[in-house]
Design a protein around this ligand. Structure first.
Ligand SMILES: *Cc1c(COP(=O)(O)O)cnc(C)c1O
Length: 393
């Protein structure tokens, strides 16, 4: 065995970084305090009361009346995977709107579920029109339509008004990944009429990574329950007609997770207690601030970032009309080493900004102002540091 330091590496004592990348962002102190509360047994009435309160709080966060609004334990990707694994039957046709890295992730997950994948591919940084989405639905007649609300890889927000009604007209269930926008931009689940929406805490909710809030329409829940494994050892698809193939994941089987969050409290996993405390406090902070005030705060921070970057002579990436308010892409000037600037921002100013993926790698930085960090002073501090580093570059 190799030697370890006598104090076993010391207690965790991270530097005080200002996280102005595309997530995670710094966690609200109230959320950190909530997470340090003692753990309860999962069927303790105090704990199940916290679970029910969390469901009620997240209905407001997702702007929905959906009964099935709860938490998936795992990072935002766990919410995406639970939704897709539960909605997509083997061989089912799925239409995916891809306009960035997270759109690609949806098709990667759908592929593993043996879906018959069709895509609407739009150039990174662009949006699809309602007409394009309708044409895709009409041409492919998918069982499921899936898209990203704010794709942090491109800093672009896809408009979703009318999408749910279109999907319903063509007989498709709809799924939206709102990880990067939940808590920062309006996620209008019921108004959009979409069936399943999932998010995360570490972007605009002001929490740490590790929890994925999700909301599910009654229509989608009925479909998902129809895929419930009937008894142990017998899969629904081994049974006679009418039976639907069981969900091909135990951990991400939403029919079982919904039974756990229902009055039945059928044991599935052990709810991640400290993450539930975090999620509950994130929602309380958000609702106490007020949804409109919170979205306005993100918008003001995003606008200040865009204006500040332009005032420095930098070129902001993407289209103003479809920009996410909580993360801004900015072109790395010619001759500047983008990674060196990021390193100096971190080492000299204690500020993290983001790099980029795929076709944008090495071309843009992504600078966030999310959740607890969507504040004018943090935006100013970031802009001043970037100016300082670029002056010396
Ligand atoms: C950050 C992000 C994710 C992934 O979240 P994890 O918590 O890292 O799993 C998924 N979708 C979008 C749009 C994101 O911005």
């Amino acid at each position: 065995m190799s030697a370890l330091p006598a104090d076993f590496f010391g207690e965790i004592d991270p530097p005080q970084r200002l996280l102005m990348g595309p997530g995670p962002a710094n966690v609200h102190p109230r959320v950190l305090r909530a997470m340090s509360a003692d753990v309860l047994g999962q069927f303790d009435p105090e704990m199940t009361a916290y679970m029910n309160q969390t469901m009620a709080l997240y209905r407001r966060v997702f702007m929905t009346e959906n009964r099935w609004t709860f938490l998936i334990d795992g990072t935002a990707r766990a919410g995406i995977e639970a939704a897709l694994a539960s909605l997509i039957e083997p061989g089912a046709r799925v239409l995916i709107l891809r306009a960035g890295r997270f759109g690609m992730l949806l098709s990667e997950i759908a592929e593993r579920l043996d879906a018959d994948i069709r895509v609407i591919d739009v150039e990174w940084g662009q949006i699809a029109t309602l007409g394009q989405i309708e044409a895709g639905l009409a041409a492919h007649r998918p069982a499921v339509f899936a898209a990203i609300h704010g794709d942090t890889s491109t800093t672009t927000a896809q408009p979703l008004d009318g999408v749910g009604a279109l999907c319903a007209r063509y007989g498709a269930l709809s799924y939206i990944d709102a990880t990067a926008t939940l808590g920062g931009m309006p996620v209008r689940t019921d108004e959009w009429g979409v069936d399943v929406v999932s998010g995360g805490l570490q972007k605009c909710m002001g929490g740490p990574p590790g929890c994925a809030p999700i909301t599910i329409s009654d229509r989608a829940a009925a479909f998902i329950f129809s895929r419930r494994k009937v008894e142990s050892g017998i899969r629904r698809d081994d049974l006679a007609d009418g039976a639907r193939p069981a969900i091909r994941s135990n951990y991400f089987d939403l029919s079982m997770i919904m039974e756990y969050w229902s009055e039945k409290r059928l044991n599935h996993h052990t709810e991640a207690t400290s993450m539930l405390y975090a999620a509950r406090e994130c929602a309380r902070v958000m609702l106490q601030e007020g949804l409109d005030a919170r979205f306005a705060r993100h918008e003001a921070a995003g606008r200040a970032m865009v204006e500040g970057l332009r005032a420095m002579g930098l070129t902001v990436y993407g289209q103003d009309a479809y920009r996410m308010t909580n993360v801004t892409g900015v072109h790395i000037p010619d001759g500047v080493d983008g990674e060196r600037v990021r390193r100096r921002m971190r080492e000299e100013h204690q500020i993290e900004i983001g790099s980029a993926f795929g076709p944008l790698a090495g071309k843009i930085w992504r600078i966030g102002a999310m959740g607890y960090n969507a504040e004018p002073d943090k935006v100013r501090r970031t802009l001043a540091a970037l100016r300082d580093v670029l002056d010396g570059a």
